[in-house]
Ligand binder design. Sequence first.
Ligand code: S3P
Length: 174
Amino acid sequence: MDTMKNIVLIGFMGVGKGSVAREIVKHSSYIALDTDDLIESMENKKVKKIFSQNGEEYFRKIEKSVAEWLEKSVKNTLISTGGGFYKVKNLKKIGTIVLLDSPFEKIIERIQKHPNAVAKLKKRPLLSDMKAAKQLYKQRRPEYLSLADVVIDVTDKTALECTKEILKKVKKHV
Ligand code: S3P
């Protein structure tokens, strides 16, 4: 089989990168990796604990080393990322960058509707203060947009609908 360029899902916390990644895997021959999962297994600690015990700066350093490894060693893979992973310098070298985009209020609504809403909010240290989270969204959104090869408006769409759109659009970027 020909080598497929990696797909890298970026976007704000809670926008649905994990759900979309799982759906893409069901409907394609990509395998999936998640940068937060990789970091948690490297550190043998949950992201929340890394933030509280080692600090955000330490977490960002690990993201950088994960990014270097992804660029060098990973192919044919759908990579979902933490909401701040996009800041790594080599992002564009890892694969086709797909932004899952939605307004801040819709993202929060999506999390709050989830049966596991409390856990979803609790595990994300940067969502503990909604005012600060909204500021972060405002600051990040133009940066996400400028890095994206493909932008998918995920508002009120199912993971399957997003998957179909993504698979169609990334073909043009192979
Ligand atoms: C972060 C997003 C989180 C996780 C960490 C920091 C961020 O991932 O990497 O809490 O800076 O936006 P999700 O986007 O999967 O919530």
